[in-house]
Ligand binder design. Sequence first.
Ligand code: KG4
Ligand code: ZN
Length: 358
Amino acid sequence: MKILGIETSADDTGIALIEAEGKFGPDFRFEILANEVCSQKIHAEYGGIYPNLAKREHTQNLPLLLKKVRDVSSTVLDTADGKSNVDVIAVTVGPGLEPCLWTGIIFAQELSKKWHVPIVPVNHMEGHILISMMEEGEFAQFDLPALALLISGGHTELILMKDFRRYEYLGRTRDDAVGEAFDKVARLLGLPYPGGPHISRLAEAARNSNLEPDFKLPRPMIDSDNYDFSFSGLKTAVARELQKWQGKTLPLEVKKQIALEFEDAAAEVLVAKTLRAADEFGAHAVVLGGGVSANKHIRSELASKLETVGSKLLVCPSEYSTDNGLMIALAGYFHALKKEFADPSTLKANGTLKLPTA
Ligand code: KG4
Ligand code: ZN
C-alpha cells in the first residue's frame, strides 16, 4: 500500500510517501519513498509560532513539497487520466493549531477528490509514538506493557500502553510543555526560535568543558506523588537568575551555565518520573517521541537509567523527532488497514484531540 502523509499541525510542513505491507506486528515492513519537510524560518525572530503566519506558509509550502515528492519518488502521483498510484492519503487532524491543521486537511481533501483516493485522519501524537517504535523499516522488538513519553513544543505526556494503540494517560504538564520551556529559555538568552537545539548545543559545550554552574535551578514536581509535570517555574527561575545581568551584556559563559543547568533540570525530572512509572507498571520499554526527543542528553540519560532497571528505550533517529509527514503516513497505514477512512467532507481540525483510550 502506498500512503501519502500530510503534516501541518504547527510550524513544520511535511509531506511523505511510504510503501508499507503487513499487519501491526513483526510482519510489518515499510519503505520511505519520499519525505519532504519545510521548517518555517519566519517564526525565528518572533520567539514562537504565529498561527496565521504559519497557516499562510503551509498553504504556500504544500504544493511545493508535493512537487518535490513527485520528483524524488518513482511513484506516479498524477496519471494522464487525473488519477494517481497513491492508495491512501493520511492527514493530521489534531492536536495542534487549528488554522494550521485546516490547511493540511483542505489540501488532502483536494487531492482525494482529484485522485479518487480515500483519506484517513491521523492523531499527530500517535504519529510520534509509531515512528519511535520503528527500527530500520520494521517494528522494534519489545514486550508490553510499555510507556510512551511524548515531549514536544505543545505536549509533555506520560502514557501507559497495555495494548498496542490503546493508551492510558498517566500524567501531563500542568502548564508549559517541556519544548515550550526550552523555547522560552532560549528567548530569554536571545537565541532564535525553535530554541531547543540552541540550548542543547550550549549545554553540550558547557558539559564538554566541565563548566560548573554557580547557581541551582529547581526540579519542579520531581518528588510529587503523581506523573504530572510543570515547567513554567523553571523558566521563571531562569528569568530570575538573569535579573543579575540586567543592563549588562550576558557573557557566553553564563549562557552556557544556564543552558546546562536548565537542560539538566528538565532531563532529571523527565527521567525520574518515567523511571518511577516504569517501575510501578512493570514497563518493558519506553517509547520516546516528539521534537524534544531529538535532545541528546535526555536520550542518553533516559537510555542509561532505563538499562539499570532492565527496560529498553525506543526512539527514532533524531532527524525524524520533529514533525514530519513520514510519521503521519506510518500511523495512517494502520488506520487504512482497518479501513478507518473518513468521509472527506466531514473532516475537522481538532486542536485538543486526545489519543484513543482503552
Ligand atoms: O514535535 P515538534 O516538532 O512540534 C510540536 O508538535 O510541538 O517539537 C518541537 C519542539 C520545539 O519546542 C523545539 O525547541 C524542540 O521540539 N526541540 C528540542 C530539540 N530539537 C527540537 N528541544 C530540546 N533539544 C533539542 N535538540
Ligand atoms: Zn510534534
